[in-house]
Write a protein of this length. Sequence first.
Length: 295
Amino acid sequence: MTQLFVFGLGYTAQAYAAHARASFDRIAGTVRSAARAGHTGRPADDVHLFDGSDAATRFDPAIGRDLAAADLLLVSAPPDQAGDPVLRFYADAISTAPRLKQIAYLSTVGVYGDHGGAWIDEDAALAPTSPRNARRVEVERQWLALGAATGRSVQVFRLAGIYGPGRNALVKLRDGRAQRLVKDGQVFNRIHVRDIAAAITAAWDGEVASAVWNVTDDEPGPPQDVIAYAAGLLGMSAPPEVPFAEADLTPMARSFWGENKRVSNRRLRRDLKVALAYPTYREGLDALATAGEGR
């Protein structure tokens, strides 16, 4: 009987749980609020409330019991200002879980910071440009150290910009939220949520040693091109281009544009033999449009 526990049943973790549902006899996990508990898409058999940023948070024995029964652990909960809430409250329970063999931690390519548009791989210098991503670097290190100390395999997946059903340029265009921002030389990698699930599956099925993986598409591209392509699929005119300097963005959104890099997925393809279902945004948007997204 194979069991999975998930810290953070959000968009990506739900997609993985749904993708791999047949591989597990039981899936349990956490959400941050009671409102979220009703929106997990039913991939989990048992859902617990866990908000590590809440001053009232305490160790939950029910979560402890499910951790003790888990063979695999997926951590999708982000750090808060104090660090990783999962490690803060459950490091001991995870370290002593008798059945636990493998851990996957979902991180971000944001840990690399800005590389001036150059191609980089997993060996590139980590130079985060925000406190948020600096915390990610430290939390990655802590998870890898836990794996080394306990003999568990820990896979750190550095994810590019995530898109998929319900979260894509087609939907933004439909809802009038798409901006066609232009910044000279700026590119972003992306990754379809289905390809993230495939990467996790490949690492766990291969029972590989602890490692770090870039989970990105093959073709980092200018963001304005993505919006234009999506508009073409919907048979509408693309929004007018807006110079980045004139864009109305939140501070967090603006911070993403301060980093420019092309992130290679060569290690993922070579060592895990992952064949991306959507190697560029075009294949991903084509499939989403065919499924009716944005209509």
